[in-house]
Design a protein around this ligand. Sequence first.
Ligand SMILES: Cc1cc2nc3c(=O)[nH]c(=O)nc-3n(C[C@H](O)[C@H](O)[C@H](O)COP(=O)(O)OP(=O)(O)OC[C@H]3O[C@@H](n4cnc5c(N)ncnc54)[C@H](O)[C@@H]3O)c2cc1C
Length: 416
Amino acid sequence: MSKIFDVCIIGGGASGLAAAVYIKQRNKNISVAILERLSRVGKKLITTGNGRCNITNSDEALSHFHGNNAAFAEYALSKYDNEKISEFFLSLGVPFYYDETGRAYPKSLQASSVVDALRFSSDALGVDTYVDCQVTDFVRTNGFYRIFTKGGEFSARRIVFAAGLYSGGVKLGCDGGFLRLLKSKGIKTVFTTPAIVQVKTETDVVKSLKGIKVNASATLIINDSVIRQETGEVLFCDYGLSGPPILQIAREVERQKGDKKIRLDLMPECELEDVISMLKLLKNNLAYRELSEFLSGALNKRLGQSIIKAAGFKLSEKVSQLEDKDIEKIAKIIKKFSFCVISNTGFDNSQVTAGGLDTNSFDDKSMRYKLDNGVFAIGEILDIDGDCGGYNLHFAFSSAFCAADSILKEYSDDKN
Ligand SMILES: Cc1cc2nc3c(=O)[nH]c(=O)nc-3n(C[C@H](O)[C@H](O)[C@H](O)COP(=O)(O)OP(=O)(O)OC[C@H]3O[C@@H](n4cnc5c(N)ncnc54)[C@H](O)[C@@H]3O)c2cc1C
């Protein structure tokens, strides 16, 4: 005998838990089950924001969201802005703290408190949670969905796809099976790639700079076109580049073909002319030194030496030998230190997946599948991904609340 529910939510992550709690807070009579593949709910959520959970952001501009049709997210984001998300979490006992950049975190600064709040509320409100319960198939019969899982069979009048995607790797939930299942049923998808992810570059230079952090402006250039530029702390790694600006610009690395490079401006606060003037001054003051020391007061020492070598000089040469054209060459490299891009570091290292279910097939107000009115999709499984800064959890929650509103309305309409 299968267990029968009004709503079965496939996936007990950020969006699935939030949808279940939201529905039950407003109508206890609707029976809701969460079917979760892993042994616990919220496994990805607990790793977010380096364990602190950057849950939303005070700047919700649509430009922070991406996808083939990013405007799909607009309704959900405006209906459920960061204040509405904050109200919801306050109702679960989690007040927010906003940092100086507008990023919001639970005041506890612990992602575990967000998972606990959702989990305890969902239990208290009577949501039935089934773990080790991977959904392997579903069919629609007589107005119900029969859902087949590794933990038995379920029936539901509505199903919500909240199964997330590949970010963080299989251990955090997604093995790709569910998206394949939906594809096999004819639901349209947009190809998936990692986003918010580190970048592998040619390693001859970066390897020698491993561990150095520098405030820089990073630009992704594909086939000589500037794709995106971000400024912040860039980290040199043995495989390539990391740090917030790199994660932010990495989205298109696998989505576009062509010659790709990342260009670092190591003195983003200065124009080229200012850098040239500064280097001329340094030359006058340090004429007696070797080039190995020329930039050591202006840049990290190892980085400065790399620049000197990239300009074609030996570290043992004297500063006094530099001519004006040499100074200009060094200044240009400081402003445009370029690295050939090889790839990103893959889904296991990414914080979000670009691509997913084609949003053209879903209604942006209710998150309902246009070809089957009992089916909804929320969160990362949809082809919407946000920037670093709390945007992905924001969309997970706001889309969950939109779907929940629509389900609640149907049940109240049925009653009247
Ligand atoms: C390391 C890391 C840090 C991050 N930090 C942040 C951050 O600070 N701020 C931010 O906004 N975003 C962050 N993100 C992104 C954010 O966590 C996700 O975008 C968000 O969790 C998506 O929510 P979701 O409900 O769609 O999917 P998930 O939270 O991934 O939940 C999906 C659930 O579905 C389950 N599932 C999958 N397939 C099946 C199946 N067939 N049957 C049953 N269950 C299934 C999975 O096990 C999983 O529990 C981070 C991601 C990672 C990996």
